[in-house]
Design a protein around this ligand. Structure first.
Ligand code: PXG
Length: 467
């Protein structure tokens, strides 16, 4: 398995890649000068590049391959459905069996909180599209409610909600806003609940959580409560660096959205389907969203599918009063994607993956991260279910960060690649979202690899006189 793939002319593939393939979120010229790493195969929790290097994929692809690679059940489901009905639209009073079955199943999986139910699904093919659908549904809802002035959707700095015009606008990534005249009108942002960066000196996590939620109330009052349509947030911020909010944050957010009657959108593109030990993450934190965005792990990334769980409050109005809803995609309710999702949910249920994360591997990963926090480079170590973040600091006692031009995160990530481990670097936070099929022994292997790359990063910093 570890031999180079001689059937491939890697240099030619890299040259064609540079000549024809514009990669997402990439400096095209820089990548062309380096040459892409060609990933050729995968099995279980590992991927292999064309040179035969085996890597433990602690990012599950891109937060999606929850059931691991090489699952024949998902390929069989796709093939069977392709041979039966590869495509049909659901625009003109037609439907298909997998889309109906999946919507029914998702409605059963989404827990009701305080009598608020999720009975309906609106399908898309990605997280970004789903959040565009959210904007359309939220604004349509308030129009139908006779409050068309309620247009503003509030998101958070460093939140990620996708890369379409609306998705990137809802997100709070300054680098994305800087390109393409974003955000679009009627989007506002508040600061993120990141204790390390935003707490006052000596402020407890609990106090900070309440204060950070209070930024939402302040923004609502600043904008005028009758102009605000919705608040959108990730349960735990993923792409922003695995920022886990204090336990006091979500209850206070719920109090505020209830007080002003604004809709709550839980963007669970990363957090749903067991990532945090529950089918949906709002259940873990106990809040009551009106709309829930999903994508990624609904199919374990084997095929694109996304959507929105539409709660009763919004669904009733759109259905009873809305007439035709002028929005949808060619692939809304794609039969093959829905068939793969059903097979994926079957696997997750059969193997008890959600419960495993909640009761076994999630708590075990937390123990492992508590040990990693002892490493001289690690200033903070946090997990939530099967996501984790390690903050690399120059001085963990004082909280002094490394100078940003040193790019310690990228330094560490290079050691990861060189040593058979895939982690993401977000600034100087090293983050993971491993496949949910991992057992404790896999987590031990992951922990040993992380320790190795931290040691190598430390040695490099010491050699450069930076530590
Ligand atoms: N919402 C959230 C919370 C996400 O994490 C999207 C929406 C958009 O989904 P699509 O399917 O349109 O990509 C995401 C996607 C990273 C990274 O570098 C994270 C995502 C996508 C690409 C890169 O961590 N999350």
């Amino acid at each position: 398995m570890n031999a180079p793939d001689h059937a491939l002319d890697i240099k030619a593939i890299q040259a064609q890649d540079a000549a024809h393939f514009l990669h997402p979120f990439t400096d095209f010229k820089d990548l062309a000068s380096r040459g892409s790493k060609v990933i050729v195969k995968a099995q279980g929790i590992y991927v292999w590049d064309a040179d035969g290097h085996k890597m433990l994929d602690a990012m599950s692809g891109l937060w999606c391959v929850s059931v691991g690679y090489g699952r024949a059940e998902l390929a069989d489901a796709a093939r069977d459905q392709m041979m039966k009905l590869p495509y049909y639209n659901s625009f003109f009073q037609t439907t298909n069996v997998p889309a109906v079955e999946l919507a029914t199943r998702l409605a059963r999986l989404a827990p009701s909180v305080d009598g608020r139910h999720f009975e309906h699904v609106f399908y898309s093919s990605s997280g970004s599209e789903s959040n565009d659908s959210n904007v359309r549904m939220v604004r349509r809802y308030w129009d139908l409610m006779g409050q068309p002035q309620r247009k503003v959707i509030i998101g958070r700095v460093n939140g990620y909600h996708g890369s379409t015009m609306a998705g990137a606008s809802l997100g709070g990534m300054s680098g994305m806003h800087a390109q393409g005249d974003l955000p679009i009108p009627n989007i506002a942002h508040i600061e993120q609940p990141y204790h390390f960066e935003n707490a006052l000196p000596g402020e407890s996590e609990a106090d900070f959580g309440v204060r950070a939620a209070g930024w939402l109330e302040a923004k609502i009052l600043e904008l005028g409560a009758d102009t605000v349509a919705a608040f959108i947030a990730e349960p735990v911020q993923g792409a922003g660096g695995v920022i886990v909010p204090p336990h006091t944050y979500w209850p206070e957010i719920q109090r505020i959205v209830d007080k002003y009657g604004i809709l709550l959108i839980s963007d669970e593109v990363i957090c749903a389907f067991g990532r945090l030990g529950h089918w949906f993450a709002y259940e873990k934190f106990g809040y009551k969203p009106d709309l829930v965005t999903f994508a990624k792990a609904v199919t374990s990334g084997y095929i694109p599918l996304g959507g929105v769980m539409v709660g009763d409050r919004v669904a009733k109005v759109l259905i009873e009063q809305g007439g035709e809803f002028n929005h949808g995609y060619t692939y809304s309710g794609h039969p093959v994607a829905c068939a793969v999702a059903l097979a994926n949910l079957d696997l997750m249920e059969k193997e008890g993956l959600v419960e495993r994360v909640r009761t076994d591997t999630g708590p075990y990963l937390a123990e492992v991260f508590a040990k990693l926090a002892q490493h001289p480079l690690v200033g903070r170590a946090e997990t939530c279910g099967m996501v984790g973040g390690l903050l690399l600091l120059k001085d963990k006692a004082t909280g002094e960060p490394f100078p940003s031009d040193l790019d310690v995160g990228m330094m560490c990530r290079t050691h990861c690649f060189d040593n058979g481990l895939i982690m993401r670097a977000v600034g100087n936070r090293m983050i993971i979202a491993p496949p949910l099929i991992m057992q404790r022994s896999d987590i031990d292997e992951l922990s040993a690899l992380i320790t190795l790359v931290l040691d190598k990063t430390l040695a490099q910093l010491q050699a450069a006189g930076q530590f």
